[in-house]
Design a protein around this ligand. Sequence first.
Ligand code: NAD
Length: 309
Amino acid sequence: MSHIAFIGLGRMGGPMAANLARAGRDVCGFDLEEVRRAAAEAQGVRRATTARAAAVGAAAIITMLPAGEAVLAVWKELLTCVDRDTLFIDSSTIDVASARAAHRLAREAGRPSLDAPVSGGVAGAEAGTLSFMCGGDAADVERARPLFSDMGKTIIHCGEGGLGQAAKICNNMMLGATMIATSEAFALAERLGLSDKTLFAVASVSSGQSWSLTHYCPAPGVLPAAPSSHDYRPGFMAALMLKDLRLANEAAEAVGLTTPVAALAAQIYARYVASGEAERDFSGVIRMFREGRDPEDELLGVDHHLTRA
Ligand code: NAD
């Protein structure tokens, strides 16, 4: 039985590769960092000393890397050293242009490929409950489905190559904006004397409802399992939300679309990350509004300018 190569064994890739191994698959993994390789090995993943060594003879290669340049560099290297029917799958979150470029490289080399970014975070990767958003040929999605099922619960074919990444950044664009809107509302409620629990009771059954509120309420002590009730330990790091909002804004700019809310959301997360909170959960952004860290802050002042007649 040919094996699965897994390149990038970090916070997400490590547990994803471990779940494939736990499902009985032969998984050979590589990461630039020795500590990641050793951690994956302890979870049943065979350790390779190079990406190429992991890839040779593989039925499928899954990449889980920080950015588009890394994915393109790894794919370029591996496309020439594998069998013709080896399926290339990128599950990283990267820019749509790089995702399309990766598909192009694979097509030119005569190899099948999918972009299949995920949502569900580290907890979803560990629990095997990720959602996969796939771009590429339907037949390749079907081929990869058993692998995705070992790592996740939901598999959606979004269309041609690159549209998995498009779905991912559009989703996270909504998530970033609703988290900020929810945080602002809780900050205002507090100043007006309305308790967090009461606002939650009202909004969670009213039109202010969203996933950011009902599954991930940014006000502490409302949902016991939410990061807000655990000093904003991630969860989903603010730095990654900033990354995804930047990818969304870049994609919008590339197609000539104006997205003012996403642009402001990226600025707010940039400010939050720069205040030393990059590794805090993204719902911690509520503290910027509640604590009013800088009353002269020109960014937070924008709203008031806009609301004046
Ligand atoms: P991470 O930094 O923990 O892991 C990335 C790993 O890739 C690192 O261990 C690094 O050493 C390795 N790496 C980098 N370049 C490499 C190369 N050329 N060859 C081999 N290994 C290489 O990041 P992560 O949190 O696991 O995220 C991975 C991807 O998943 C990112 O694109 C991220 O945006 C996306 N993502 C993350 C989350 C999350 O909650 N962490 C959720 C959804 C999507």
